[in-house]
Write a protein that binds this ligand. Structure first.
Ligand code: HEM
Length: 400
Protein backbone atom coordinates (compact mmCIF):
# COMPACT_ATOMS: atom_id res chain seq x y z
CA UNK A 1 0.00 0.00 0.00
CA UNK A 2 1.10 3.57 -0.59
CA UNK A 3 1.71 5.66 2.53
CA UNK A 4 -1.30 7.95 2.43
CA UNK A 5 -4.71 6.51 3.11
CA UNK A 6 -7.54 7.14 0.65
CA UNK A 7 -10.08 9.84 1.47
CA UNK A 8 -12.26 9.45 -1.64
CA UNK A 9 -12.08 6.31 -3.77
CA UNK A 10 -13.70 8.14 -6.72
CA UNK A 11 -10.65 10.35 -7.28
CA UNK A 12 -7.88 8.58 -5.37
CA UNK A 13 -8.61 4.85 -5.34
CA UNK A 14 -6.07 2.29 -4.23
CA UNK A 15 -6.81 -1.41 -4.51
CA UNK A 16 -4.29 -2.10 -1.76
CA UNK A 17 -6.06 0.17 0.76
CA UNK A 18 -7.09 -1.94 3.80
CA UNK A 19 -10.78 -1.03 3.37
CA UNK A 20 -10.74 -2.22 -0.26
CA UNK A 21 -8.89 -5.38 0.74
CA UNK A 22 -11.25 -6.13 3.64
CA UNK A 23 -14.60 -5.37 1.96
CA UNK A 24 -14.53 -3.73 -1.49
CA UNK A 25 -18.22 -4.19 -2.30
CA UNK A 26 -19.67 -1.07 -0.59
CA UNK A 27 -16.88 0.98 -2.21
CA UNK A 28 -17.76 -0.30 -5.68
CA UNK A 29 -21.47 0.22 -5.09
CA UNK A 30 -20.78 3.81 -4.14
CA UNK A 31 -18.60 4.31 -7.24
CA UNK A 32 -21.25 2.79 -9.52
CA UNK A 33 -23.73 5.29 -8.13
CA UNK A 34 -21.71 8.43 -8.69
CA UNK A 35 -18.77 8.00 -11.14
CA UNK A 36 -18.91 5.33 -12.54
CA UNK A 37 -15.22 5.33 -13.62
CA UNK A 38 -12.95 6.13 -10.69
CA UNK A 39 -9.52 7.71 -11.12
CA UNK A 40 -6.31 7.83 -9.11
CA UNK A 41 -2.94 9.51 -9.52
CA UNK A 42 -1.36 6.60 -7.68
CA UNK A 43 0.71 4.10 -9.68
CA UNK A 44 1.41 6.86 -12.20
CA UNK A 45 -2.29 7.26 -13.07
CA UNK A 46 -5.04 4.63 -13.19
CA UNK A 47 -8.78 4.19 -13.84
CA UNK A 48 -11.34 1.81 -12.42
CA UNK A 49 -14.65 1.25 -14.23
CA UNK A 50 -17.13 -0.06 -11.63
CA UNK A 51 -19.97 -1.08 -13.96
CA UNK A 52 -20.56 -4.15 -16.09
CA UNK A 53 -20.74 -1.96 -19.21
CA UNK A 54 -17.48 -0.16 -18.42
CA UNK A 55 -15.53 -3.32 -17.64
CA UNK A 56 -16.88 -5.03 -20.78
CA UNK A 57 -16.05 -2.05 -23.01
CA UNK A 58 -12.39 -2.03 -21.95
CA UNK A 59 -11.96 -5.82 -21.88
CA UNK A 60 -13.20 -6.19 -25.45
CA UNK A 61 -11.22 -3.27 -26.89
CA UNK A 62 -7.72 -4.32 -27.89
CA UNK A 63 -7.32 -1.32 -30.17
CA UNK A 64 -7.01 1.22 -27.35
CA UNK A 65 -5.77 -1.00 -24.52
CA UNK A 66 -2.81 -3.33 -24.28
CA UNK A 67 -2.29 -6.37 -22.05
CA UNK A 68 1.50 -5.87 -22.20
CA UNK A 69 1.29 -6.13 -18.47
CA UNK A 70 -1.76 -7.00 -16.41
CA UNK A 71 -0.55 -6.41 -12.86
CA UNK A 72 -0.52 -2.79 -11.69
CA UNK A 73 2.80 -1.56 -10.34
CA UNK A 74 4.67 1.67 -9.93
CA UNK A 75 6.75 1.24 -13.09
CA UNK A 76 5.73 0.69 -16.70
CA UNK A 77 7.11 -2.08 -18.88
CA UNK A 78 8.68 -0.90 -22.11
CA UNK A 79 7.93 -2.39 -25.53
CA UNK A 80 11.34 -4.10 -25.44
CA UNK A 81 11.30 -5.52 -21.92
CA UNK A 82 9.38 -7.72 -21.68
CA UNK A 83 9.85 -8.48 -25.37
CA UNK A 84 6.77 -7.83 -27.55
CA UNK A 85 4.74 -9.60 -28.75
CA UNK A 86 5.19 -12.33 -26.14
CA UNK A 87 5.22 -10.30 -22.94
CA UNK A 88 6.06 -11.76 -19.53
CA UNK A 89 3.37 -14.42 -19.49
CA UNK A 90 1.80 -15.37 -22.84
CA UNK A 91 -1.06 -15.45 -23.74
CA UNK A 92 -2.33 -13.16 -20.96
CA UNK A 93 0.34 -10.53 -21.69
CA UNK A 94 0.17 -10.85 -25.48
CA UNK A 95 -1.81 -8.59 -27.80
CA UNK A 96 -3.27 -9.51 -31.20
CA UNK A 97 -2.29 -10.93 -33.55
CA UNK A 98 0.30 -12.92 -31.57
CA UNK A 99 -2.16 -13.53 -28.73
CA UNK A 100 -4.17 -16.01 -30.76
CA UNK A 101 -1.11 -18.14 -31.51
CA UNK A 102 -0.10 -18.23 -27.84
CA UNK A 103 -3.65 -18.98 -26.68
CA UNK A 104 -4.21 -21.80 -29.16
CA UNK A 105 -1.12 -23.52 -27.82
CA UNK A 106 -2.48 -23.81 -24.29
CA UNK A 107 -6.20 -24.41 -24.95
CA UNK A 108 -5.93 -28.21 -25.53
CA UNK A 109 -4.24 -28.63 -22.15
CA UNK A 110 -7.32 -27.24 -20.36
CA UNK A 111 -9.99 -28.85 -22.56
CA UNK A 112 -12.81 -30.80 -20.85
CA UNK A 113 -11.22 -34.23 -21.50
CA UNK A 114 -7.82 -33.62 -19.83
CA UNK A 115 -9.58 -31.81 -16.97
CA UNK A 116 -11.91 -34.79 -16.41
CA UNK A 117 -8.85 -37.03 -16.24
CA UNK A 118 -7.49 -34.92 -13.38
CA UNK A 119 -10.65 -35.09 -11.28
CA UNK A 120 -9.88 -38.38 -9.43
CA UNK A 121 -6.48 -37.01 -8.46
CA UNK A 122 -8.03 -33.81 -7.08
CA UNK A 123 -10.68 -35.78 -5.17
CA UNK A 124 -8.05 -38.07 -3.65
CA UNK A 125 -5.92 -35.09 -2.70
CA UNK A 126 -8.87 -33.39 -0.95
CA UNK A 127 -9.55 -36.64 0.91
CA UNK A 128 -5.94 -36.84 2.10
CA UNK A 129 -5.97 -33.21 3.24
CA UNK A 130 -9.17 -33.81 5.20
CA UNK A 131 -7.79 -37.05 6.68
CA UNK A 132 -4.86 -35.05 8.00
CA UNK A 133 -7.30 -32.81 9.90
CA UNK A 134 -9.03 -35.72 11.64
CA UNK A 135 -9.62 -35.07 15.33
CA UNK A 136 -9.26 -31.28 15.05
CA UNK A 137 -12.26 -29.21 16.15
CA UNK A 138 -10.74 -26.03 14.82
CA UNK A 139 -9.41 -25.87 11.29
CA UNK A 140 -7.87 -23.14 9.15
CA UNK A 141 -9.76 -23.79 5.91
CA UNK A 142 -7.46 -21.45 3.94
CA UNK A 143 -4.03 -22.60 5.09
CA UNK A 144 -4.81 -26.22 5.92
CA UNK A 145 -7.06 -27.01 2.97
CA UNK A 146 -7.77 -24.54 0.11
CA UNK A 147 -4.19 -23.46 -0.44
CA UNK A 148 -2.91 -27.01 -1.00
CA UNK A 149 -5.25 -27.96 -3.82
CA UNK A 150 -4.33 -25.78 -6.86
CA UNK A 151 -0.52 -25.99 -6.45
CA UNK A 152 -0.67 -29.79 -6.42
CA UNK A 153 -2.61 -29.75 -9.70
CA UNK A 154 -0.31 -27.25 -11.40
CA UNK A 155 2.84 -28.98 -10.22
CA UNK A 156 1.49 -32.21 -11.66
CA UNK A 157 0.63 -30.50 -14.98
CA UNK A 158 4.04 -28.89 -15.30
CA UNK A 159 5.85 -32.03 -14.16
CA UNK A 160 7.76 -30.36 -11.29
CA UNK A 161 8.81 -32.11 -8.05
CA UNK A 162 5.86 -32.42 -5.66
CA UNK A 163 8.07 -31.30 -2.81
CA UNK A 164 8.17 -27.78 -4.32
CA UNK A 165 4.57 -26.83 -3.53
CA UNK A 166 5.50 -24.48 -0.70
CA UNK A 167 8.01 -22.73 -2.94
CA UNK A 168 5.25 -22.19 -5.48
CA UNK A 169 2.95 -20.43 -3.09
CA UNK A 170 5.86 -18.17 -2.18
CA UNK A 171 6.40 -17.31 -5.89
CA UNK A 172 2.74 -16.45 -6.34
CA UNK A 173 2.84 -14.26 -3.28
CA UNK A 174 5.90 -12.41 -4.61
CA UNK A 175 4.34 -11.79 -8.02
CA UNK A 176 0.88 -10.73 -6.96
CA UNK A 177 1.25 -9.11 -3.59
CA UNK A 178 4.51 -7.18 -3.99
CA UNK A 179 3.00 -4.68 -6.42
CA UNK A 180 4.03 -1.63 -4.43
CA UNK A 181 7.69 -2.51 -4.27
CA UNK A 182 10.10 -0.37 -6.33
CA UNK A 183 10.94 -1.68 -9.82
CA UNK A 184 14.56 -2.63 -8.90
CA UNK A 185 13.29 -4.62 -5.94
CA UNK A 186 10.76 -6.36 -8.18
CA UNK A 187 13.53 -7.46 -10.56
CA UNK A 188 15.45 -8.91 -7.61
CA UNK A 189 12.34 -10.62 -6.31
CA UNK A 190 11.76 -12.31 -9.67
CA UNK A 191 15.31 -13.67 -10.03
CA UNK A 192 14.84 -16.87 -7.95
CA UNK A 193 11.63 -17.66 -9.84
CA UNK A 194 13.39 -17.43 -13.19
CA UNK A 195 16.30 -19.51 -11.92
CA UNK A 196 13.94 -22.20 -10.66
CA UNK A 197 12.04 -22.36 -13.96
CA UNK A 198 15.29 -22.47 -15.94
CA UNK A 199 16.48 -25.43 -13.86
CA UNK A 200 13.18 -27.22 -14.55
CA UNK A 201 13.50 -26.49 -18.27
CA UNK A 202 17.02 -27.90 -18.32
CA UNK A 203 15.87 -31.02 -16.51
CA UNK A 204 13.00 -31.51 -18.96
CA UNK A 205 15.30 -30.98 -21.93
CA UNK A 206 17.55 -33.71 -20.62
CA UNK A 207 14.65 -36.00 -19.66
CA UNK A 208 11.51 -35.24 -21.71
CA UNK A 209 8.25 -36.60 -20.23
CA UNK A 210 4.52 -36.40 -20.74
CA UNK A 211 3.77 -33.03 -19.14
CA UNK A 212 3.11 -29.39 -20.00
CA UNK A 213 6.78 -28.36 -19.72
CA UNK A 214 7.91 -30.98 -22.25
CA UNK A 215 4.94 -30.10 -24.48
CA UNK A 216 5.94 -26.41 -24.52
CA UNK A 217 9.58 -27.30 -25.25
CA UNK A 218 8.61 -29.58 -28.13
CA UNK A 219 5.67 -27.82 -29.78
CA UNK A 220 6.25 -25.98 -33.06
CA UNK A 221 4.58 -22.90 -34.52
CA UNK A 222 5.14 -22.44 -38.26
CA UNK A 223 7.91 -25.04 -38.11
CA UNK A 224 9.75 -23.34 -35.24
CA UNK A 225 10.15 -24.26 -31.60
CA UNK A 226 8.97 -21.66 -29.06
CA UNK A 227 11.55 -19.20 -27.77
CA UNK A 228 12.79 -19.82 -24.24
CA UNK A 229 11.06 -16.59 -23.15
CA UNK A 230 7.79 -17.95 -24.43
CA UNK A 231 8.19 -21.30 -22.66
CA UNK A 232 9.21 -19.69 -19.38
CA UNK A 233 6.47 -17.07 -19.68
CA UNK A 234 3.72 -19.62 -20.16
CA UNK A 235 5.02 -21.55 -17.16
CA UNK A 236 4.87 -18.35 -15.09
CA UNK A 237 1.33 -17.74 -16.29
CA UNK A 238 0.12 -21.19 -15.38
CA UNK A 239 1.70 -20.85 -11.95
CA UNK A 240 0.05 -17.54 -11.29
CA UNK A 241 -3.24 -17.93 -13.12
CA UNK A 242 -3.73 -21.44 -11.85
CA UNK A 243 -2.84 -21.20 -8.18
CA UNK A 244 -3.82 -17.99 -6.41
CA UNK A 245 -7.10 -17.67 -8.32
CA UNK A 246 -8.56 -21.08 -7.54
CA UNK A 247 -7.22 -21.14 -3.99
CA UNK A 248 -9.00 -17.80 -3.46
CA UNK A 249 -12.24 -19.07 -5.00
CA UNK A 250 -12.26 -22.21 -2.83
CA UNK A 251 -11.48 -20.18 0.29
CA UNK A 252 -14.15 -17.55 -0.40
CA UNK A 253 -16.76 -20.25 -1.01
CA UNK A 254 -15.93 -21.98 2.26
CA UNK A 255 -16.00 -18.60 4.01
CA UNK A 256 -19.50 -18.06 2.64
CA UNK A 257 -20.72 -21.47 3.78
CA UNK A 258 -19.13 -21.00 7.20
CA UNK A 259 -21.07 -17.78 7.67
CA UNK A 260 -24.37 -18.79 5.97
CA UNK A 261 -25.67 -21.98 7.66
CA UNK A 262 -28.84 -22.04 5.50
CA UNK A 263 -26.83 -22.24 2.28
CA UNK A 264 -24.56 -24.89 3.79
CA UNK A 265 -27.53 -27.00 4.90
CA UNK A 266 -29.15 -26.69 1.48
CA UNK A 267 -26.00 -27.71 -0.38
CA UNK A 268 -25.52 -30.71 1.91
CA UNK A 269 -29.15 -31.75 1.40
CA UNK A 270 -29.17 -31.12 -2.37
CA UNK A 271 -25.81 -32.16 -3.85
CA UNK A 272 -27.22 -31.79 -7.38
CA UNK A 273 -27.34 -28.06 -6.78
CA UNK A 274 -23.54 -27.91 -6.76
CA UNK A 275 -22.85 -26.86 -10.38
CA UNK A 276 -25.35 -23.99 -10.08
CA UNK A 277 -24.01 -22.99 -6.67
CA UNK A 278 -20.46 -22.98 -8.07
CA UNK A 279 -21.50 -20.33 -10.61
CA UNK A 280 -22.97 -18.17 -7.84
CA UNK A 281 -19.80 -18.55 -5.76
CA UNK A 282 -17.87 -17.41 -8.82
CA UNK A 283 -20.18 -14.46 -9.49
CA UNK A 284 -20.44 -13.28 -5.93
CA UNK A 285 -16.83 -13.77 -4.87
CA UNK A 286 -15.06 -13.45 -8.24
CA UNK A 287 -11.43 -13.34 -7.10
CA UNK A 288 -9.68 -11.85 -10.14
CA UNK A 289 -9.14 -8.27 -11.34
CA UNK A 290 -6.71 -7.70 -14.20
CA UNK A 291 -5.19 -4.54 -15.65
CA UNK A 292 -4.60 -2.99 -19.04
CA UNK A 293 -2.44 -0.07 -20.17
CA UNK A 294 -3.82 2.74 -22.35
CA UNK A 295 -2.00 2.61 -25.70
CA UNK A 296 -2.38 6.28 -26.67
CA UNK A 297 -4.28 9.27 -25.26
CA UNK A 298 -7.97 8.61 -25.72
CA UNK A 299 -11.34 9.79 -24.43
CA UNK A 300 -13.04 6.60 -23.32
CA UNK A 301 -16.16 6.13 -21.17
CA UNK A 302 -16.13 9.93 -20.84
CA UNK A 303 -12.64 9.94 -19.30
CA UNK A 304 -9.50 11.66 -20.64
CA UNK A 305 -7.21 8.63 -20.53
CA UNK A 306 -3.49 9.19 -21.09
CA UNK A 307 -0.98 6.89 -22.74
CA UNK A 308 0.35 4.40 -20.16
CA UNK A 309 -2.45 5.00 -17.65
CA UNK A 310 -3.56 1.77 -16.02
CA UNK A 311 -7.13 0.47 -16.18
CA UNK A 312 -8.08 -2.03 -13.52
CA UNK A 313 -10.76 -4.39 -14.82
CA UNK A 314 -13.05 -5.05 -11.89
CA UNK A 315 -14.71 -8.27 -13.03
CA UNK A 316 -15.95 -8.77 -9.43
CA UNK A 317 -17.50 -5.27 -9.46
CA UNK A 318 -19.21 -5.99 -12.80
CA UNK A 319 -20.69 -9.11 -11.22
CA UNK A 320 -22.48 -7.00 -8.60
CA UNK A 321 -23.95 -4.52 -11.11
CA UNK A 322 -27.71 -4.39 -10.44
CA UNK A 323 -28.45 -3.29 -14.01
CA UNK A 324 -27.37 -6.77 -15.18
CA UNK A 325 -28.02 -9.09 -12.21
CA UNK A 326 -31.34 -8.89 -10.37
CA UNK A 327 -30.69 -8.71 -6.60
CA UNK A 328 -27.02 -8.39 -7.48
CA UNK A 329 -26.03 -7.91 -3.86
CA UNK A 330 -27.75 -11.06 -2.70
CA UNK A 331 -26.10 -14.49 -2.84
CA UNK A 332 -28.74 -16.74 -4.41
CA UNK A 333 -27.49 -20.32 -4.28
CA UNK A 334 -29.90 -21.52 -6.99
CA UNK A 335 -29.59 -18.51 -9.30
CA UNK A 336 -30.27 -19.94 -12.74
CA UNK A 337 -29.54 -17.00 -15.04
CA UNK A 338 -25.92 -16.22 -14.23
CA UNK A 339 -23.72 -14.95 -17.04
CA UNK A 340 -21.06 -13.65 -14.67
CA UNK A 341 -17.67 -12.20 -15.64
CA UNK A 342 -15.54 -14.03 -13.06
CA UNK A 343 -13.48 -15.50 -15.92
CA UNK A 344 -13.31 -12.22 -17.82
CA UNK A 345 -14.51 -11.69 -21.37
CA UNK A 346 -13.12 -10.97 -24.80
CA UNK A 347 -10.01 -12.57 -26.25
CA UNK A 348 -8.33 -13.10 -22.87
CA UNK A 349 -11.26 -14.92 -21.25
CA UNK A 350 -9.85 -17.49 -18.84
CA UNK A 351 -8.37 -20.46 -20.65
CA UNK A 352 -8.40 -22.54 -17.47
CA UNK A 353 -12.09 -22.16 -16.55
CA UNK A 354 -12.85 -25.89 -16.93
CA UNK A 355 -10.05 -26.72 -14.54
CA UNK A 356 -11.01 -23.95 -12.12
CA UNK A 357 -14.66 -25.06 -12.01
CA UNK A 358 -13.69 -28.70 -11.47
CA UNK A 359 -11.29 -27.88 -8.62
CA UNK A 360 -13.80 -25.59 -6.96
CA UNK A 361 -16.64 -28.11 -7.22
CA UNK A 362 -14.60 -31.08 -5.99
CA UNK A 363 -12.98 -29.11 -3.16
CA UNK A 364 -16.38 -28.00 -1.80
CA UNK A 365 -18.04 -31.39 -2.38
CA UNK A 366 -15.37 -33.21 -0.41
CA UNK A 367 -15.28 -30.61 2.35
CA UNK A 368 -19.02 -30.61 3.04
CA UNK A 369 -19.21 -34.39 2.76
CA UNK A 370 -16.65 -34.60 5.58
CA UNK A 371 -18.02 -31.60 7.51
CA UNK A 372 -21.75 -31.12 6.92
CA UNK A 373 -21.67 -28.45 9.61
CA UNK A 374 -19.03 -25.81 10.21
CA UNK A 375 -18.93 -22.15 11.22
CA UNK A 376 -16.56 -19.21 11.56
CA UNK A 377 -14.82 -19.08 14.92
CA UNK A 378 -14.29 -15.35 14.81
CA UNK A 379 -15.32 -13.27 11.78
CA UNK A 380 -12.72 -10.62 12.66
CA UNK A 381 -9.91 -13.16 12.55
CA UNK A 382 -10.44 -13.76 8.82
CA UNK A 383 -7.87 -11.99 6.62
CA UNK A 384 -8.01 -11.37 2.86
CA UNK A 385 -5.18 -11.17 0.34
CA UNK A 386 -4.01 -7.79 -0.89
CA UNK A 387 -3.61 -7.18 -4.61
CA UNK A 388 -5.47 -8.15 -7.75
CA UNK A 389 -6.56 -11.59 -6.64
CA UNK A 390 -8.79 -11.61 -3.57
CA UNK A 391 -9.44 -14.53 -1.25
CA UNK A 392 -9.23 -15.43 2.44
CA UNK A 393 -5.70 -16.14 3.61
CA UNK A 394 -6.61 -16.99 7.19
CA UNK A 395 -9.95 -18.73 7.70
CA UNK A 396 -10.36 -20.30 11.15
CA UNK A 397 -13.53 -22.38 11.41
CA UNK A 398 -15.07 -24.76 13.92
CA UNK A 399 -16.05 -28.12 12.42
CA UNK A 400 -18.25 -30.90 13.71
C1 HEM B 1 -11.52 -19.49 -10.03
C2 HEM B 1 -10.38 -19.51 -10.68
C3 HEM B 1 -10.03 -18.60 -11.81
C4 HEM B 1 -10.51 -17.37 -12.12
C5 HEM B 1 -11.59 -16.58 -11.40
C6 HEM B 1 -9.81 -16.92 -13.31
C7 HEM B 1 -10.02 -15.70 -13.93
C8 HEM B 1 -9.39 -15.28 -15.08
C9 HEM B 1 -9.64 -14.01 -15.72
C10 HEM B 1 -10.59 -12.94 -15.22
C11 HEM B 1 -8.87 -13.97 -16.84
C12 HEM B 1 -8.83 -12.84 -17.88
C13 HEM B 1 -7.70 -11.92 -17.63
C14 HEM B 1 -7.67 -10.71 -18.52
O1 HEM B 1 -8.65 -10.37 -19.17
O2 HEM B 1 -6.60 -10.06 -18.54
C15 HEM B 1 -8.11 -15.20 -16.89
C16 HEM B 1 -7.21 -15.53 -17.89
C17 HEM B 1 -6.51 -16.71 -17.91
N1 HEM B 1 -6.60 -17.77 -17.01
FE1 HEM B 1 -7.84 -17.88 -15.42
N2 HEM B 1 -8.92 -17.88 -13.70
C18 HEM B 1 -9.03 -18.93 -12.82
C19 HEM B 1 -8.31 -20.11 -12.85
C20 HEM B 1 -7.42 -20.47 -13.83
C21 HEM B 1 -6.72 -21.73 -13.91
C22 HEM B 1 -6.88 -22.88 -12.93
C23 HEM B 1 -5.92 -21.67 -15.01
C24 HEM B 1 -4.98 -22.70 -15.55
C25 HEM B 1 -4.05 -23.27 -14.93
C26 HEM B 1 -6.14 -20.39 -15.64
C27 HEM B 1 -5.52 -19.97 -16.80
C28 HEM B 1 -5.76 -18.76 -17.42
C29 HEM B 1 -5.08 -18.36 -18.64
C30 HEM B 1 -4.05 -19.17 -19.44
C31 HEM B 1 -5.55 -17.06 -18.94
C32 HEM B 1 -5.12 -16.17 -20.11
C33 HEM B 1 -6.00 -16.37 -21.31
C34 HEM B 1 -5.63 -15.44 -22.46
O3 HEM B 1 -4.96 -14.44 -22.26
O4 HEM B 1 -6.03 -15.76 -23.59
N3 HEM B 1 -7.04 -19.68 -14.90
N4 HEM B 1 -8.46 -15.99 -15.81
Amino acid sequence: MTDESVSDFAVDWDHTDPRWVHDPYPIWEDLRGRCPVAHTERYGGAWFPATHAGVSAVATDTEHFTSRTVVIGNGRPTEEAPPAPIGVAPPITSDPPFHQIARRLVLPVFAPGPVRDLEPMVRALCGRLLDALAGQREVNAATQYAQFIPPAVIIRMLGFPEADEELFREFVHVVLEGVNHPVEERIEEFAPIEAYLDAQIEDHRANPRDDLTSYLLGVEVAGQRLSIEHVRGTMVLVLIAGIDTTWSAIGASLWHLASHPDDLARLVAEPDLMPIAVEEFLRYYAPVTMARLVKDDVDFLGCPMKRDDWILLGFPAANRDPSVFPDADRFIIDRLENRHLAFGLGIHRCAGSNLARMELRVAIEEFIKRYPKFELIDADAVTWSQGQVRGPRHLPIRVG
